[in-house]
Design a protein around this ligand. Structure first.
Ligand code: GRG
Length: 294
């Protein structure tokens, strides 16, 4: 990773981490709910999705301030999905981001409600963004619903649950992860493009880049569940195999999964080179996704 990318990631992560709690602190609601929301939001994480929004504004030489609210809204939706995914009725995990999961600290009922609030408030954050024109807000929200709802992440989670302990084809696995993981990640790029006023041809390219990066991100996740270090990923390794999950290494062998990951990264980089702007930062982020260790 070049010093420039390292610096970009570190500085933008800090801005996002300073801004995220401000949206929760100002809510006029009970402190116990705010505490449960803040606990998971402040538990760390790579902040990849919000950083991608800011990277797009940077790429189009637009003020990053214009993307900050949407970036935080996406991170809140991502955090809600992790809280719900960890619940006993889903993956039943005790550790997330190196800390006890939300329901272990606050109980199941408050964990469900903290997730619900993070999801709902994220829409309010976009609607109330003072830097974003109304037509952009409408488009941002329409696309967000497609990425995070029944036609996206939630639908993907259901397919994933239904596929457990069944032998899936590669196409079926791809379909699950396109919905469960890739669509929200792709939305981060798309939202950045919309906020930056990118031309329509670029917006369509950003969807393709997001698809390939999202699948690559998931393949790397599957690989890390076998080869990763518990300290780095913040949760036990080997849980996919215990939960009889269908994963890329299981379907393709470890080498096959690594080859597939590289194919998706190359595809993403090809589409990045077709954008109407030079995007060295995005090219480097592709490498980061391919090689991440957490
Ligand atoms: C419960 C509606 C609902 C959806 C859950 C995203 C998801 C769907 C579940 C998470 C399970 C999982 C391990 C998915 C694989 C890819 C993924 C989203 C990993 C976690 O994202 P990171 O690595 O996490 O960006 P950090 O902690 O860095 O933010």
């Amino acid at each position: 990773m070049t010093g420039q990318l390292k610096d970009f990631l570190a500085t933008r992560k800090q801005v996002i981490e300073e801004t995220l709690p401000t949206f929760i602190q100002k809510l006029n609601t009970t402190q116990s709910l705010k505490n449960a929301m803040l606990y998971s939001l402040e538990a760390g994480g790579k902040r990849l999705r919000p950083v991608l929004v800011l990277a797009l504004l940077h790429t189009y030489k637009k003020p990053e301030r214009d993307g900050l609210a949407t970036a935080c809204a996406i991170e809140m939706i991502h955090t809600y999905s992790l809280i719900h995914d960890d619940l006993p009725c889903m993956d039943d995990d005790d550790l997330r981001r190196g800390k006890p999961t939300n329901h272990k600290v606050f109980g199941e009922a408050l964990a469900v409600l903290a997730g619900d609030s993070l999801l709902t408030e994220s829409f309010s954050i976009i609607v109330n963004d003072p830097y974003c024109p109304s037509e952009q807000k409408l488009r941002l929200i329409t696309e967000l619903v497609k990425a995070a709802g029944a036609e996206g992440m939630v639908g993907g989670q259901v397919l994933d649950m239904e596929g457990e302990a069944k032998e899936l084809s590669l196409l079926e696995l791809q379909h699950i992860h396109e919905n469960k993981t890739a669509k929200l990640l792709a939305y981060s790029l798309l939202a950045g493009g919309i906020l930056a006023g990118a031309p329509e041809c670029d917006i369509e390219n950003l969807r393709k880049i997001g698809y390939h990066l999202g699948i690559a991100f998931q393949i790397r996740d599957d690989i890390l569940d076998i080869e990763g270090s518990e300290d780095r990923i913040g949760k036990p390794v080997g849980s996919d195999s215990v939960n009889e999950k269908n994963t890329y290494p299981k379907l393709l062998t470890m080498q096959g999964a690594k080859d597939k990951l590289n194919d998706h990264i190359s595809q993403a980089q090809l589409f990045i080179k077709e954008l109407t702007v030079e995007a060295p930062l995005l090219l480097e982020i592709c490498e980061l996704i391919a090689n991440r260790d957490h």
